[in-house]
Ligand binder design. Structure first.
Ligand code: 3H9
Length: 696
């Protein structure tokens, strides 16, 4: 077995190399190896300086997240870094790839830092519900001040080597070979320089305090409900008010407090769930097909969003529209995205031109003959989509992948008009498609393995988070949404106002409530679906007509100025509408329902139980492969708070037996809606959790 850390010498310079693929995470073996190597090099009289670097693709990308949740083993990373910092000889960290979290903290504890221009550094712990816990909150502000340190820790996104150089966080960019450049640099250095003794970042006390006040405000508003941001602020306060050693101890306590929290467990679950969702059986059996040119049919909101996502990732796109006017509108929809960025100063005209050079528009399907994959993104109606597929079938090259962007329609029904069913899959993008990360990859039974693999390859190219879904109505997300949407409608009819329901949802951690979301998406979409389903509905199932009454008035949400909420003068945040409350009251009266009060707790218990119960059915039918895929879907597509991990992770911590009890209790009043999923019953009987199912 290769050693995770090796020590060698180049002349009088000791070189410590960390080799723990894939990202050199700082496991116990790495920490021990690093400590031993540093102690040995420091004691060696022949060594004049030390270089630390990472083998393979990166400097360490942080602590080994897989070790979290298990008892911490010695040596602790903060102690290893303290030992590096107290070396009597200059220590140079040589950075490439992504020096993140504990990896960047090693660099900050080293005396000097050199990086290749493509390196990125950062402290992303906040995305795991954690704070930097190996001295990052104490060393970074001493070097660059509170404002920048807070920005790095709050955003959690890495910064470029150039930006780090400009901020004094690294000392030199390495031209050419990093190891060689680091050796040359180390040979020039005479004395250690310790970040713990740096004062430049603390000099302007007023600016430091002001940055803390701003960050605290952000933590309490925009990052409401999360523990780590406030802890980061407290640690930075300790940084300016206490000696380094005390600040470090305070940071350690805060780190362990965060690590023990449900929030951190939820976010760590979300981290691994996201990586697991990209691993599907088809992609392990087959290689993806080449993807050099994309076709998009339709230049409306979805088609333009998909086009932008593809252009941004470097793919040339041919957009097809039915006539020249529609094509001009499609192109304008694409350009508008870039023009907004230009107006905000976030893109130059030259960058836009470079991107638009990859765009081609046409009114002829024949112009797709070279495309490797074509995504149909036309109006959400079966006959319209079928007509497009018929055309595509005639012109595409034989091995082109054909995808339908649909949120609901049966892919088999669309592809049945072609002679290439095994080349067809569904791609459910979320709006705005150039922003939203989730991509449901809908796999009909006829799809060939390499077609599915190509869908996942496309997701990677576009920077999307893919989830495999079976071809069943509403796939994973919208099917489950339908169920908890119904549950919310029942509560509304029984006495809760849409505003109380939304407030409970926001309090739980969602960015917006369900009814505000309906208003944003447009109430007419659901109304059209309900009208189309008329006659097919099971008459014994409870049907709430409130949304229909709202739509009958032409109130379709934000775009019409009112929906569940009022949006006077184009307001984007809605105000409660007394007329809606009266309308709901009238509907209750028709059914002789006497309104009762719902607490926020009951609202959420019912809402989540409906969500999880339907999710069990989705799992049982194989529409989702594993519970964590449902978590990924809801965190990245439906606003479920990431710090709770997702609905299935939440259900595990709530207790499946408790949730089943709730469902059975609700079922006493509405046994048709509240039928416990056999999967949930089975899990409770066998004492298993969703996490057990994730492990397989
Ligand atoms: C920390 O450092 C705390 C300290 O402040 C204090 C400690 C006391 N550990 O994402 P990818 C795995 S907290 C273990 O697909 P990419 C990942 O699961 C940590 N495993 O590649 C995957 O495994 P698999 C702060 C890790 O190129 C494989 O590596 N650091 C870790 O798209 C490839 O990952 C972070 O939060 C890890 N730290 O992106 C950084 N990181 O193949 C988290 C990755 O079995 N990591 N793996 O599915 C990342 O942001 C991205 O993985 C990275 C590479 C940008 C590095």
């Amino acid at each position: 077995m290769t050693q995770p850390v090796t020590l060698s010498t180049a002349g009088s310079i000791a070189v410590i190399e960390i080799n723990n693929p894939p990202v050199n995470a700082l496991s116990q073996a790495v920490r021990q190896g690093l400590l031993d190597a540093v102690v040995q090099a420091d004691a060696d009289a022949a060594v004049t300086a030390i270089v630390i670097l990472g083998a393979g693709r990166s400097f360490p990308a942080g602590a080994d997240i897989k070790e979290f949740g298990q008892p911490m083993q010695d040596p602790h990373l903060p102690d290893v870094i303290d030992r590096i910092e107290s070396c009597s000889k200059p220590v140079v960290a040589a950075l490439h790839g992504t020096a993140l979290g504990g990896g960047f903290e090693i660099a900050l504890g080293s005396h000097y830092r050199i990086a290749v221009p493509s390196a990125r550094v950062g402290l992303p712990e906040i995305h795991l519900g954690l704070i930097p816990g190996a001295g990052g909150t104490q060393r970074l502000p001493r070097l660059c001040g509170a404002a920048m340190a807070l920005d790095i820790m709050f955003k959690g996104t890495p910064i470029s080597a150039q930006d780090a150089l400009a901020a004094g966080l690294i000392d030199r960019l390495a031209e050419g070979d990093l190891r060689q450049a680091a050796l040359i640099y180390a040979a020039e250095l005479q004395t250690p320089r310790r970040s713990r003794e740096a004062t430049s970042g603390l000099a302007d006390k007023a600016a430091f305090e002001a940055a803390l006040t701003d960050a605290e405000e952000t933590a309490r508003s925009r990052m409401r409900g999360q523990m780590a941001p406030l802890k980061i602020v407290q640690c930075l306060r300790a940084c300016i008010t206490q000696p380094f050693a005390d600040g470090r101890l305070f940071e350690r306590d805060c780190f362990f407090e965060c690590l023990a929290s449900e929030q951190s467990k939820g976010m760590i679950h979300a981290f691994f769930a996201q990586r697991a969702s990209a691993k599907v059986p088809e992609a392990s059996r087959a290689e993806p097909r080449p993807l050099n040119r994309l076709g998009v049919v339709g230049g409306g909101t979805m088609g333009a969003g998909i086009t932008v996502a593809a252009l941004n990732s470097g793919l040339p796109v041919t957009m097809i529209e039915r006539d020249h006017d529609s094509l001009a509108r499609g192109r304008a929809n694409v350009e508008q995205v870039y023009d907004r960025l230009i107006a905000k100063g976030r893109m130059s005209e030259a960058q836009k031109s470079d991107i638009m050079a990859r765009y081609q528009g046409s009114t002829q399907f024949a112009d797709l003959s070279e495309a490797d994959m074509v995504i149909e993104a036309v109006f959400e109606r079966l006959d319209v989509k079928r007509a497009v597929f018929e055309q595509l079938d005639k012109v595409l090259k034989p091995d082109a992948v054909l995808a339908s962007n649909t949120s609901y329609i049966d892919i088999d029904e669309i592809s049945s008009v072609t002679n290439r069913r095994k080349h067809v899959l569904g791609l459910h993008f979320f709006s705005p498609a150039n922003i939203m990360k989730l991509l449901e990859i809908v796999v009909p039974q006829s799809a060939a393995d390499d077609v599915v693999a190509t869908g996942f390859a496309l997701a990677k190219i576009l920077g999307k988070i893919p989830v495999r879904a079976g071809n069943s109505p509403g796939f994973i997300g919208n099917r489950i949404l339908g169920k908890y949407g119904d549950c919310a409608a029942h509560m509304m009819e029984d006495g809760a106002t849409p505003y109380e329901i939304d407030a409970a949802i926001v309090e739980f951690g969602y960015p917006m409530g369900l009814h505000a979301m309906y208003d944003l998406a447009g109430l007419d979409i659901g109304w059209d679906n309900r009208k189309a389903a008329q006659g097919k509905r099971n008459p014994v199932e409870r049907y709430v007509e409130i949304a229909d009454r709202i739509c009958e008035r032409g109130w379709f949400g934000q775009k019409t100025g009112r929906g569940f909420y009022l949006y006077p003068d184009g307001a984007r945040i809605g105000a409660p509408d007394p007329e809606i409350l009266a309308l709901i009251e009238a509907e209750r009266a028709k059914k002789s329902i006497t309104a009762r009060r719902f607490t926020a707790e009951e609202i959420m218990a019912r809402y989540l139980a409906a969500m999880v119960n339907e999710a069990c059915e989705v799992l049982r039918e194989g529409v989702a492969l594993k519970p964590s895929d449902i978590d990924v879907t809801f965190v990245h597509g439906y606003g479920f708070p990431r710090y709770r991990g997702g609905p299935m992770k939440f259900a595990d911590s709530y207790g499946l037996a408790r949730m089943l009890d709730d469902i059975r209790r609700y079922g006493q009043h509405d046994p048709i809606f509240w039928q416990a999923s056999p999967l949930l019953v089975e899990l409770v009987a066998s004492g298993q959790t969703f996490n057990d199912l994730n492990k397989g």
